[in-house]
Design a binder for this molecule. Structure first.
Ligand SMILES: Nc1nc2c(c(=O)[nH]1)N[C@H]1C(S)=C(S)[C@@H](COP(=O)(O)O)O[C@H]1N2
Ligand SMILES: [Mo]
Length: 434
């Protein structure tokens, strides 16, 4: 038999260079088992990232056209009233989304490393089924890298891309999720077989010197010409796991209060305005928002609309009303959160003062002239919760200018972005459906 006919598929014609590339993937660690180990971590954790992402979208109140992107066509999910209890709900869903998204980066990279020879597989199109599979892989790999890149750049406030983050991340999520579901359906049997092929406990006891390549596999993950092992599979799993733990340790602090907050080294700097009762993170400063000191001084007035009535109050007038204190978190879409103790007037008392006993919603407007943060709509349950406040004070002192002086909204479980600072006006809508 002629030697080139008995060989593997490399006897067929290939463009120059492909052979060399194929031979250069020589790690003896690559194979179904390692790919399946990284894959099973992602199989368990990524659905959590996807679900918390969808919940975050729901929390912004798509019903009031204030979730981004606003127009999502047939991707519109059934909307529901985002609850106000437990008050830490959004803190947990958004914190989990961002933290887990960061922690999984090394696992995604490890998984991609383990399958990278397949990117150069030749011939590129062996059968229609294989073309379809490679297409879903393109959406899968492209999708996850796109979601990681846009997500990380967003929380680092690096808007390097020329498109809207929310639109990109939202539609990117659907592309990725579709490809992820297809990939899991196609590969799940392989994953199970691969995990069963080598007991984890034995693998974790094998040193580099005893590490051998896996037998050749139908997917071509195992190198054709493996080199000697410089790292064991235990080492490869430990490297990725260690990277994930390190990222987690540097991130988790942004969701904690107390001394552990200082461990959040990946938080963008300069947002923690020092000690004292107002010393907690500021999303946008009063200066950055373009709110001028003369707007927030003694001449400031709060205007309430509703029930055909307009009521105007100054800050002493608000302080003369019944005051309520509640410990509530602010949780930002970017992942950080912090619990503080707020004092002010209940929103439901302000609704009653405006003549609206049963509000369907309330539109809150700030002193800002324009922009994303100028107005926010609160749903009925968010206005009526006894801890929903127009806060005047925090931790026993007046709000600082950066935290929204003279008055700001704080509502349990409401995304931070809708806790409007420097409030100028609240417009209560009476329920009309009886
Ligand atoms: N008027 C106004 N309100 C605002 C903002 C803003 O830029 N302008 N930022 C929002 C965002 S995104 C968050 S996370 C919270 C943060 O509140 P803090 O800066 O007091 O911590 O305020 C919200 N309220
Ligand atoms: Mo935010």
């Amino acid at each position: 038999m002629s030697p080139y006919r008995s060989g593997r598929r490399d006897s067929a014609w290939k463009p120059p260079g492909v052979d060399a590339v194929e031979r250069s993937w020589r790690s003896p660690l690559r194979g179904p088992w390692l790919t399946a180990v990284y894959g099973s971590v992602l199989l368990i954790a990524l659905p959590l990232v996807i679900i918390t992402g969808l919940l975050d979208y729901a929390a912004y109140g798509p019903r009031f056209d204030q979730a981004f992107p606003t127009h999502v066509g047939w991707l519109r999910l059934p909307t529901f009233d985002w609850p106000t209890r437990p008050s830490w709900l959004f803190r947990v869903t958004q914190g989990l989304h961002v933290t887990l998204g960061i922690v999984l980066i090394p696992v995604v990279l490890g998984k991609l490393w383990s399958v990278i020879p397949k990117l150069f597989a030749w011939p590129p199109a062996r059968s229609p089924a294989q073309v379809l599979e490679r297409l879903t892989l393109l959406l899968l790999v492209g999708g996850i890298l796109f979601q990681i890149a846009t997500g990380v750049l967003n929380i680092q406030y690096a808007y390097l891309f020329g498109f809207d983050f929310y639109t990109a991340h939202f539609f990117g999520a659907w592309v990725f999720t579709g490809a992820f579901v297809a990939h899991v359906i196609i590969k799940f049997p392989r994953l199970v077989t691969a995990l069963r092929s080598r007991p984890l406990s034995a693998e974790l006891r094998t040193p580099p010197a005893a590490t051998r390549p896996e037998p050749p596999d139908p997917d071509g993950l195992v190198a054709a010409d493996p080199g000697p092992a410089t790292l064991s599979r235990r080492g490869a799993v430990g490297l990725v796991g260690g990277g994930a733990l390190l990222l987690g340790a540097l991130t988790i602090g942004q969701s904690l209060d107390g001394p552990l907050r200082h461990t959040a080294l990946l938080l963008p700097r300069g947002r923690q305005p020092g000690p004292g009762p107002n010393g907690f993170p500021v999303n946008r400063t009063v200066a950055a928002a373009g709110v001028r000191p003369e707007q927030t001084g003694a001449g400031w007035r709060l205007t309430l609309h509703g029930g055909g009535r307009t009521v105007t109050l100054d800050r002493p007038g608000l302080l003369a009303m019944a005051q309520h204190t509640a410990a509530l978190p602010i949780a930002c879409v970017e992942g950080w959160s912090t619990r503080q103790t707020w004092t002010g007037v209940r929103l439901r008392d302000l609704a009653a003062l405006a003549g609206v006993a049963d509000p369907a919603s309330a539109r809150v407007s700030s002193l800002e002239q324009a922009g994303l943060f100028r107005t926010a709509v609160l749903a009925s349950n968010q206005v009526l919760d006894p801890d929903s406040l127009l806060a005047l004070r925090v931790n026993g002192v007046d709000l600082s200018p950066d935290h929204g002086y003279p008055a700001r909204v704080i509502v349990p479980a409401l995304p931070g972005v809708h806790c409007t600072k420097w409030v100028a006006e609240i417009d209560f809508q009476e329920r009309t459906d009886g």
